[in-house]
Design a protein around this ligand. Structure first.
Ligand code: KG4
Ligand code: ZN
Length: 340
């Protein structure tokens, strides 16, 4: 059996995994940096790079050890080279290149976004393409036309904040901490989704784009008050926080599901694959299940452990391996989204 070592350092998780050619995950190690960034309410790129540098070799060692293998048992090394934070991506790529140089193994450059969508293929154990791919994370809210694992065409994306970023910023406004998504989801269980009438920006717009910045400002004004006017009462009150959180979360879920539905209609595809950190959100997952039933389409959401950043989804590297699309050792990172 052949084995792939996959490395992922695009944002604030240092991750490595070993996947066999049948796409079975033999190990998946993720070292999260949440504790380092929570004080700042978001990822600090310089801190992320330094932490990757300290952790990358132990994480790779651990992944190979947990798989019960050695570096000599690998057939190739795959690494996320785009998109992501420059400094973070560079650490993973440099580690991968160094190992390739030392062992003579081929290097494979993985698209982190395509990997998030491929996580759905890994989870379902069947061929999910062609599909609408939907990546909803701290850095992306992007809809793609995905005819095959290695092809994608952008259908629409956020014009300002990503959905996960909105969760993180709203959590800060409400004094909940970081990362915001899971904290908002938790307090929202005690809140009323109809307590605040937040805008669903672009929801009826034909374009498949998103905007969450106005929603974030609406939450700010609703909770703290409009600048220049007296501050709102009830700040710090747990029920008020729960109501604002629940109303905000409901607005985000409505927007995400409406646009996913519109993308299915536009492409004519009968399958939607959803990945990225926000796909871990319970009410979003429920709403997607309802969409599947209502529209009689196949909706595959990445399992919880493969929603947030991980290296197991680097299994997409096998698709590149089989297509003989290897990367040269002078391959560089591409921090921005590679548009097609
Ligand atoms: O995919 P990911 O791990 O990293 C990026 O590539 O951005 O996503 C992280 C984002 C954060 O913004 C976090 O708040 C959000 O995913 N997130 C959630 C939940 N869990 C993580 N958002 C909503 N509900 C959740 N349960
Ligand atoms: Zn990601």
């Amino acid at each position: 059996m052949q084995h792939l070592l996959a490395i992922e350092t695009s944002c604030d998780e240092t991750a490595a995994a070993v996947i066999d050619r049948d796409r079975r995950v033999l190990s998946s190690v993720v070292s999260t940096q949440t504790a380092l960034h929570e004080h700042y309410g978001g990822v600090v790129p310089e801190i992320a790079s330094r932490a990757h540098l300290e952790r990358i070799l132990p994480v790779i060692d651990e992944a190979i050890k947990q798989a019960g293998l050695t570096l000599q048992d690998m057939s190739a090394i795959a690494v996320a080279t785009h998109p992501g934070l420059s400094g973070s991506l560079l650490i993973g790529l440099t580690a991968a290149k160094t190992l390739c140089l030392a062992t003579g193994l081929p290097l494979i450059a993985v698209d982190h976004i395509l990997a998030h969508i491929y996580a759905c293929q890994m989870a379902s154990g069947r061929d999910v393409y062609p599909c609408v791919g939907f990546v909803v994370s701290g850095g992306h809210t992007h809809l793609f036309d995905c005819p095959s694992p290695l092809e994608h065409k952008l259908l629409g994306c956020t014009i300002d904040d990503a959905a996960g970023e909105a969760f993180d910023k709203v959590a800060q406004i409400l004094g909940l901490g970081y990362p915001g998504g899971p904290l908002i989801q938790k307090v929202a269980t005690q809140g009323n989704t109809k307590a605040c009438a937040f805008p669903r920006i672009f929801i009826r717009d034909e374009r498949l784009d998103f905007s969450f910045s106005g929603l974030k400002t609406a939450v700010l004004y609703e909770y703290q008050g409009i600048p220049g006017q007296p501050p709102k009462a009830g700040q710090g009150d747990p029920q008020r926080i729960a109501d604002v959180a629940a109303s905000f979360q409901a607005a985000v879920v409505d927007i995400l599901v409406a646009k996913a539905d519109a993308a299915l209609k536009k492409t004519g595809y009968r399958r939607l694959c959803v990945g990225g950190g926000v796909a871990a959100n319970g009410p979003f997952r429920e709403a997607l299940t309802q969409l599947a039933a209502r529209r009689k389409v196949d909706v595959i959401v990445a399992p919880m452990e493969y929603c947030t950043d991980n290296a197991a989804m680097g299994a997409i590297g096998w698709e590149l391996f089989e297509a003989e699309r290897f990367a040269s050792l002078d391959t560089d990172i591409t921090p921005g989204l590679v548009r097609r």
